[in-house]
Design a protein around this ligand. Structure first.
Ligand code: MOS
Length: 763
């Protein structure tokens, strides 16, 4: 049978609610810290984190902590120095979300660094004792951000050798020749992911076997990283993640605290469970670093771009190579003969940043798409018409084609649904007294969203029993994106069994290796592995049935179909599934590797827990998801209060496998985009975060959320990968901040170039 043959006209492509939804809304769903159940043997840990940003620990006063009833141990660098071997950052060929090792010495590298791990009989006792630990420090000056004395600015290639700034044509000449120019600076703030589920870890030893329960979106990296840190054979480390209560880009690799919990469990001879506080989550995990951009655009009188220069700086830590690079997307988005990018990293005394939902596009496209809107205003041109004029079917940098380029189709569909035609171009000229009482100005804005499609190798076990029960399993994760549902639907289609008979097992290194749940690559990678696995099972059954002595002997195995619990030939002859499958059932291991990569290298990397994301399109073409974002804002003429009334997005992201969960992801992303425009900001004061909780770190609530509509635009793409999938987990958030800022400009005539936009900016 042909591998893809069975996947048409089935459940995939039609809306389906989440198979794990009922468990989630009734409280039966299990997250990592639930998985082991109530267990009197487990001891509980709490963290002490540093009060200074840089310097040395000079002493501990543990007297008060020592009097807390139920205390089992207080571990500091005096106990654990040298116990954790160095492991490199995931993005540098290692496993960690930061190579920094707390409790390895008396050095303090940033505010909120772990300085002690306290273990007690109960969580309450551990927290009480941790709160009673007194640490004394010798403090040194710390650089907390851009322009701070001591901050070190380096070209991106210093930290990431593969990085190349882009230079095509002569950008300065293109700017000189331009009839109209935009030259502006934009800023985006520090943001923290704040998933509802905290960064928990439970470690238990059985002899020299270690089992860790942790909500991570890469169990393989945690397994191999821990093994390297603790000098264990990776086969003796099992990492289990339950359902994941949000990550948004955090939980992406081995955390610093995991090995410390494992070491404490070893010393105490008991399982140890850590649930760090939300406040601690701001410094023991990662965050989106602040960025600043200078955008220069030149255009001729008709609006055709003559030059684009994107210079950007983002913050990173002193000790890791993580950088948020993103000007590549700006450079390739619009037709332009003269392009230059320059990216720098600014190293400061803070914890290491990391990916956060659509890591580079959210800040970088805020800058670019604001500048494009400024250019439209300067040209007195409609911003959609300006984008249409500069649309391109080929990448202006490499000359490669886009595998599909439905950007303007997204703008057309979005503009229609949004009612763009009623927009009066002149800023400050629209009011709509019917919407709200009082002097509200109305603004309509738009912006582009794009996200390169990514795909990774994945292995998956697929099993079909004689009773029609099927099971798929792999060491990937349900992060809330609906992959469990897609795998169930895809198995039902691929093996011709009811959805209810499919069991999906994920989140455990005991299952076949799969990569990181990231880069919006989950659907592309896992559904590719599943199609391969189901095809292998159908092939095996068809070959057995048509072989010598088989009930369908003599038929062409390629014409057989597996459906409705039968294996059927086109002439109407059929055999029951139980007979086709046999009493033992049939099982296969699918090993999927994206085209363009070396098979053995990809599979070996996967089995060692390395990151292996590749771009869709296999190197022949640029394969991107596209979107057009539209926002209607109401700005109070006297107080400056900004309300987003409506968000409309139209998105094209290859084949859509479940329109219901796809729309949920997109609308969720759009509301996040609203947060990115108006609310989210971690305030850095000195080198410390001053609002590390959900009372003062603002995210959109139900009352902030406007009417949100996500439209899906057809995007058949036969080049991106065999199944035509692009993934859209992160597409929905991108460009919303620019669409809102552009709408604020349209409402008020005020161009706000620094996020988040506050009422004092427009009052
Ligand atoms: Mo996404 S934050 O690139 O996994």
């Amino acid at each position: 049978m042909d591998a893809g043959a069975q996947d048409t006209d089935g459940r995939l492509g039609r809306p389906h609610t989440r198979v794990e939804g009922p468990d989630k809304v009734t409280g039966r769903a299990l997250y990592s810290s639930d998985l082991t159940g109530p267990d009197r043997d487990t001891a509980h840990a709490a963290l002490v984190t540093s009060a200074i940003a840089r310097g040395r620990i000079t002493g501990f006063d543990l007297a008060a902590a020592g009097r807390v009833p139920g205390l089992l141990g207080i571990f500091t660098h005096r106990d654990f120095a040298g116990a954790v071997a160095p492991v490199k950052h995931l993005m540098a060929g290692g496993y960690a979300n930061s190579a920094h090792r707390p409790l390895d010495s008396d050095a303090v590298a940033y505010a909120g660094q772990i300085v002690a791990l306290v273990v007690a009989e109960t969580r309450e006792a551990a927290e009480a004792a941790a709160g009673a630990v007194r640490v004394s420090y010798a403090s040194e000056p710390a650089a907390g951000g851009f322009d701070a004395p001591g901050a070190e600015t380096v070209g991106l290639a210093v930290l990431k050798p593969q990085h190349e700034d882009i230079a095509r044509g002569d950008a300065e000449a293109g700017l000189r020749e331009a009839a109209v120019r935009v030259d502006a600076q934009y800023e985006t703030p520090v943001q923290h992911h704040n998933p509802i589920e905290l960064f928990t870890t439970r470690a238990a030893w059985d002899g020299d076997r270690l089992t860790v329960h942790e909500p991570t979106r890469y169990v393989g990296a945690v397994q191999h990283g821990l093994a390297a840190q603790l000098g264990l054979d990776p086969d003796r480390v099992r990492v289990v993640a339950g359902l994941i209560g949000g990550h948004f880009g955090s939980k992406f690799a081995l955390s610093q605290h995991t090995a410390l919990v494992a070491l404490a469990a070893k010393r105490l001879g008991r399982p140890v469970s850590l649930v760090p506080s939300r406040r601690q989550g701001f410094t023991i995990a990662n965050y989106r670093p602040e960025s600043r951009h200078r955008l220069r655009l030149g255009a001729d009188r008709t609006g055709r771009f003559t030059a684009l220069v994107h210079e950007a700086e983002t913050v990173t830590s002193r000790f890791d190579p993580f950088v948020m690079e993103g000007a590549e997307v700006s450079a390739s988005l619009y037709a332009c003969p003269n392009i230059r990018t320059e990216e720098r990293a600014v190293r400061v005394d803070r914890n290491t940043p990391g990916p956060m939902r659509a890591p580079p596009e959210v800040p970088f496209l805020f800058a670019l798409e604001s500048a494009v809107d400024e250019m439209a205003v300067a040209l007195t041109m409609d911003p959609i018409a300006l984008r249409r004029l500069n649309d391109t079917a080929v990448d202006p940098v490499s000359g490669k084609p886009f595998s599909t380029r439905p950007l303007m189709a997204c703008f057309d569909a979005g503009a229609r649904a949004f009612g763009w035609s009623r927009r009066v171009p002149r800023p400050g000229s629209m009011r709509d007294a019917t919407v709200r009482d009082g002097p509200w100005r109305v603004g309509l804005g738009c912006a582009t969203s794009v996200r390169p499609a990514k795909i990774a190798a994945a292995t998956m076990r697929v099993r079909l029993g004689p009773d029609g029960a099927a099971e798929v399993s792999c060491a990937h994760h349900e992060i809330g994106n609906g992959i469990t549902t897609l795998l169930a639907l895809g198995t039902a289609d691929g093996l011709g069994v009811p959805v209810e008979r499919v069991t999906v097992r994920l989140g455990d290194t005991a299952l076949p290796a799969a990569g990181i749940s990231g880069g919006s690559s989950t659907t592309t990678s896992l559904m590719s592995a599943l199609a391969l696995g189901c095809g292998q099972i159908r092939d095996a059954l068809a070959r057995a049935a048509t072989g010598p002595g088989g009930r369908l002997a003599g038929r062409d195995p390629g014409t057989l179909r597996l459906a409705g619990g039968r294996l059927a030939a086109p002439d109407g002859t059929r055999i029951a599934l139980a007979e086709a499958v046999g009493p033992a059932g049939v099982e296969t291991l699918a090993e999927f590797v994206p085209v363009g990569g070396d098979r053995e290298t990809a599979l070996a990397g996967l089995r060692r827990g390395h990151i292996g994301l590749a771009f869709g399109g296999g190197g022949r073409a640029l394969s991107w998801g596209f979107g057009a974002q539209f926002a209607e804002v109401h700005v109070h003429a006297e107080t400056g209060e900004i309300r987003v009334a409506r968000l409309t997005g139209a998105f094209a992201a290859g084949r859509i496998l479940n329109p219901l969960t796809a729309r949920s992801q997109l609308t969720g992303g759009m509301i996040w985009g609203l947060g990115s425009a108006l609310l989210e900001e971690t305030v850095v004061d000195g080198a410390a975060y001053r609002n590390p909780d959900l009372a003062e770190y603002l995210v959109p609530t139900a009352a902030d959320a406007p009417e949100v509509e996500a439209l899906l635009v057809d995007d058949p793409d036969d080049q991106v990968d065999a199944l035509g999938l692009k993934g859209l987990g992160e597409l929905g958030i991108i460009g919303v901040n620019a669409a809102i800022a552009n709408a604020v400009h349209h409402a008020t005539g005020r161009r706000i170039r620094s996020l988040p936009i506050r009422l004092e900016d427009v009052a």
